[in-house]
Design a protein. Structure first.
Length: 230
């Protein structure tokens, strides 16, 4: 969420190839190489020869994800939080490196302004809309801000988790609470606006969120969520 105006903690640094993604790293494999920097020191250089790979990309800030018993994977993703907190790539086609303008998109800049937090059904090889020029991912979300079609690998969100929510922890509830009515539902913890737990009811095939409701409130900046197995 850092500002994109100069100077900031980001400045003019290019994106790193493994950024904004869920990655796979088999750390127990013989000879595993997790050194993914170009020269052992530069995290912004090109990656060659390491054993970490992108599994799904275009996720701006997914604090948590869950493997559901229905075979699906679900992830929360934090949207841009303030007027100056981000921008999409300078052009919708590669190469799209370059320092984007923080002017609003409707004034010719690349700033989409505040964005809501989202829930995704994450699949390998798919793209979820947060661009990364290092991977030639130049189209922001569904392309509507840039006036172009979506990336061919783009999958839209399945749920809206709220503005300024900082929706982070997520689990599948597998107990008998609520007379068993919660079993198989997703529970999402919101750190900022709300300070609460959301219940996400899924469609029978698990591909859509059909209902999102608040079931617990009055927490103090909660981050992770776990189910008591007792």
């Amino acid at each position: 969420g850092g500002a994109i105006t100069i100077p900031t903690e980001f400045g003019k640094r290019e994106e790193q190839f493994l950024a904004a993604a869920i990655v796979v790293a088999d750390v127990f494999a013989p000879g595993f190489n997790g050194q993914c920097y170009a020269n052992g020191e530069d995290p912004w250089g090109k990656i060659t020869g390491c054993d970490v790979t992108n599994w799904a990309t275009g996720l701006r800030n997914s604090y948590d994800f869950v493997f559901h018993t229905n075979g699906q994977v679900y992830a929360t993703d934090n949207g841009l939080g303030s007027f100056h907190s981000g921008a999409y790539p300078v052009r919708p086609t590669p190469p799209c490196f370059g320092f984007a303008s923080h002017a609003p998109y409707y004034d010719g800049g690349q700033n989409p302004l505040e964005q809501t937090d989202l829930l995704y059904n994450v699949k390998p090889g798919r793209y979820y809309g947060h661009g990364n020029p290092a991977r030639d991912e130049c189209v922001f979300k569904d392309g509507s801000y840039q006036g172009v079609p979506p990336d061919p690998r783009f999958d839209p969100p399945i749920g809206d988790l709220g503005m300024h929510a900082s929706a982070n922890g997520i689990i599948e509830y597998t107990g008998n609470g609520g007379c068993g009515n919660l079993a198989g539902d997703l529970l999402v913890l919101r750190y900022s606006s709300g300070d609460d737990i959301l219940r996400v009811e899924l469609s029978p095939d698990g591909l859509h969120a059909v209902k999102i409701t608040t079931i617990a409130i009055n927490f103090n900046d909660p981050l992770s969520i776990r189910q008591n197995t007792n």
